[in-house]
Design a protein around this ligand. Structure first.
Ligand code: C5P
Length: 238
């Protein structure tokens, strides 16, 4: 029998572009395996929001031509955030004790997130916070660089993608279900801009880990993808 004191959390990483379905699948996998869940995109969204509240952004762009790296790192290190399950087992996200669950899901918050995420010092400042989510028995970590940077030793790594159009359609439906107004062509160009920023950035660019399972979900239903992922993970994790 494994000695509990030396047993390490098992980590499953899911990386991919926004709208690939990885958020939904990561949450389902966490429930399925009884593992903790890290939504790393939420950390970047929360930091973007906090920076905006502090006046570092004006009209969606950094206020000054010089990027405020030091202030952002400070905010990242001291972010007061909590993820609290509600009675439906959905996570309520608190920033400084205030419920920002819906606010961080807007396209604007996504854009702020991807601007703070290109700064290497900010990514380093958020590393320890992400590692802290890895607790026994395991973790499902959802993001862009979970398998390539944050949890390189993870025994199961997944790269989930879909065409930009398929992802934009999903995002429009998701936002409308949350009663957030959404326009298809705006969302598509936003997704394409964010993809470019995420894949072309110098540090931790979005790309599959060499040892990741690559899944294109453009023409697959969620159940089909879920079954494919479970069968892969079961083969990697005892
Ligand atoms: O996954 P989500 O769409 O919530 O992420 C928002 C943004 O945060 C991404 O577009 C990306 O720029 C950034 N991000 C990142 N690394 C992660 C997760 C998110 O750079 N691990």
């Amino acid at each position: 029998m494994a000695d509990e004191s030396t047993e390490l959390p098992k980590v499953i990483t899911i990386d991919g572009p926004s709208g690939s379905g990885k958020g939904t699948l990561a949450a389902r996998l966490a429930v399925h395996y009884g593992y903790n869940l890290l939504d790393s995109g939420a950390l970047y969204r929360l930091l973007g929001l906090k920076a905006e509240q502090q006046g570092l952004f004006v009209d969606g762009s950094f206020r000054d031509s010089i990027v405020p790296t030091t202030q952002l790192v400070n905010l990242a290190l001291h972010l007061d955030i909590q993820f609290v399950p509600n009675q439906d087992q959905q996570l309520v996200v608190l920033l400084d004790g205030n419920d920002v669950t819906q606010t961080i899901r807007t396209e604007q918050a996504g854009s702020l997130a991807s601007q703070v995420a290109v700064i290497p010092e900010v990514r380093v400042a958020l590393l320890q916070r992400q590692h802290d989510f890895a607790v026994l028995p395991g973790l499902v970590a959802d993001g862009r660089d979970m398998g390539t940077v944050v949890f390189t030793d993870a025994p199961a790594k997944i790269y989930l993608t879909a065409s930009a159009v398929a992802r934009a359609e999903r995002r429009v439906n998701q936002l409308r279900n949350m009663a957030i107004d959404a326009n298809m062509s705006d969302i598509l160009s936003d997704i394409e801009a964010r993809d470019r920023r995420d894949t072309e950035r110098a540090v931790a660019p979005l790309k599959p880990a060499d040892d990741a399972l690559f899944v294109d979900s453009s023409s697959k239903g969620i159940e089909e993808v879920f079954a494919e992922l479970v069968s892969y993970i079961d083969s990697r994790i005892q």
